[in-house]
Design a binder for this molecule. Structure first.
Ligand SMILES: Cc1cc2nc3c(=O)[nH]c(=O)nc-3n(C[C@H](O)[C@H](O)[C@H](O)COP(=O)(O)OP(=O)(O)OC[C@H]3O[C@@H](n4cnc5c(N)ncnc54)[C@H](O)[C@@H]3O)c2cc1C
Length: 470
């Protein structure tokens, strides 16, 4: 085992030293070194810069949605110099990224999740990450040169437009936007909302899901994905939506309409009818990124929690908060939840690396449900420890709660993942019933052989129509 990966019990324990033992065999020496650089960059550069970023966005709505805070470009230059760029593109499938596995990037994403600016500073911000994966994986050479290259360079940003206000969009077969072929073009009509990132003045390309063949008997072949430049005539951004009151400027979440929006046919990704396949492929590793950033958010909430209960200026009823037992119990429970959640995410990342996103469906769904819930629980306890300050703008906790809460909805709400997990788990039901009955029957026979009288707990010997015996 490399020196980098040995735990130290003295002084600062670096990020690489804190990699859970169970994940260490899967982490290269280069990734471990990079992880330490990520930690230092986030803690020493990005978190202090977050305050500057929030101020540089401005005050009025117009200022906020045309802002390009200069601090982000300063951070991007620093990140590039440190070699922290495009770490998200997994090495198994892409040559364009920094050459890490999903697990290795997952470990890094935890630290990125502690700062407002860190993901964008390293060109690892959603929704660009998933969008770049789509174009890298499914795009034509033309599409890659036109949009992937500037995205990989951090020169432009992008948005993913699937959700529509008039239909239940967690079931993507409901999507109604039409994409009709007309000569060398496609023409788009419909509306979208929750188009994240569309407020950013640098957002130049939209990845749009719509229907090219609404009457196809196979409901998974009706959809297509097409790339739409932001300047295409007929696109109107009607308003920006808020998240529990936060506008998330400058990226924002737009409510957008498309009226006879015409784009060249070469912008179609992969071909008509392949839309479902593309959006399925987009979401696998992306969910791991969200989950690991949420672990970072929970870890940051715990750090703020610990800082507050050790503040000697604040002594309710004569004692610092850490002297009140309930607080220490919440600290302990936070530690347990975060550590358990991290192991689950790393396990999902390893499963994607060893099999693929399809082979890791169960593990991905597990963390998609588990991690947002634990993140919210830990932030909530931290907020409680701060009292009024906790829900105010004076700590980052309130905005962390708002953005953490969305994770139970985005990329499929909890219920969809739970239903799928429950259905799959339940497939094992009949086999278990059979095995338990066989074991019980054998137990009853053994009892009989040993002269022991017992009840037949599962009523196995009861014939249909017969009255149950006690
Ligand atoms: C901050 C934020 C950012 C987003 N960014 C994007 C983006 O960039 N691009 C994009 O296209 N979309 C985006 N979305 C939209 C998001 O993906 C959808 O809101 C989500 O998929 C749910 O779809 P819906 O809102 O239409 O809810 P619906 O599909 O109407 O579902 C409503 C509720 O019904 C329940 N439900 C659904 N299915 C089941 C079921 N099978 N069993 C039981 N209950 C169920 C759930 O409680 C669910 O929350 C974003 C949303 C938010 C909040």
């Amino acid at each position: 085992m490399s020196a980098l990966l040995i735990n130290s019990h003295h002084g600062h324990i670096s990020a690489s030293q804190r990699i859970p033992l169970i994940a260490r065999p899967f982490v290269s020496e280069r990734a471990a070194k990079t992880l330490d650089i990520v930690e230092k960059f986030v803690e020493e550069e990005c978190i202090p810069a977050d305050t500057v970023y929030l101020r540089q966005i401005g005050e009025t709505t117009q200022e906020r949605f045309s802002a390009h805070p200069p601090i982000i470009e300063e951070l991007k230059l620093k990140a590039k110099k440190l070699g922290l760029w495009n770490m998200f593109l997994p090495k198994a499938h892409f040559t364009e990224g920094a050459g890490f596995s999903n697990l290795e990037y997952g470990l890094m994403a935890e630290y990125l999740g502690k700062s407002r600016t860190a993901s964008e500073a390293t060109n690892c911000a959603a929704p660009d990450t998933g969008n770049m994966e789509v174009i890298a994986k499914y795009g034509s050479d033309f599409q890659k040169r036109k949009w992937l290259d500037p995205l990989l360079d951090g020169k432009i940003r992008s948005a993913f437009l699937m959700t529509e206000p008039q239909v239940a969009s967690s079931d993507a077969t409901n999507i109604e936007m039409t994409i009709k072929r007309d000569g060398d073009s496609y023409v788009l009509n419909g509306q979208k909302w929750w188009s994240s990132g569309i407020g950013d003045p640098r957002c130049e390309v939209f990845i749009v899901l719509g229907k090219t063949d609404a009457t196809n008997p196979d409901k998974y072949k009706q959809q297509s994905v097409i790339l739409v430049p932001h300047t295409a005539p007929g696109i109107t951004i009607h308003r920006m939506l808020s998240v529990l009151g936060y506008d998330d400027a400058p990226h924002g979440h737009g409510h957008v309409s498309f009226h006879n929006v015409r784009v060249p046919a070469v912008n179609m990704v992969l071909g008509e009818g392949r839309g479902f396949e593309i959006i399925q492929g987009r979401l696998g590793p992306g969910r791991i990124h969200h989950a690991m950033r949420s672990i970072g958010s929970a870890e940051k909430a715990l750090e703020w929690f610990l800082a507050r209960i050790n503040d000697e200026k604040k002594k309710p009823f004569g004692e610092m908060l850490h002297k009140h037992g309930v607080m220490l119990e919440r600290v302990a429970r936070s530690r347990i939840e975060i550590d358990a959640g991290r192991l689950a995410v790393l396990n999902a990342a390893i499963t994607i690396d060893e099999l693929n996103a399809k082979g890791a469906l169960k593990e991905i769904a597990e963390v998609k449900v588990l991690v947002p819930a634990l993140n919210l629980k830990v932030i909530d306890w931290a907020i409680q420890a701060y009292g009024g300050a906790g829900v105010s703008q004076d700590t980052p906790l309130a905005s962390m709660y708002a953005s953490g809460r969305t994770m139970r909805i985005v990329d499929g709400p909890d219920e969809v993942h739970l239903l799928q997990l429950g259905k799959n788990e339940n497939k094992r039901g009949p086999a278990h019933k059979k095995r338990i009955e066989a074991q019980t029957k054998k137990g009853l026979e053994l009892c009989k052989q040993h002269g022991i009288t017992v009840r037949d707990p599962l009523h196995l010997n009861r014939k249909s129509g017969e009255e149950s015996k006690l």
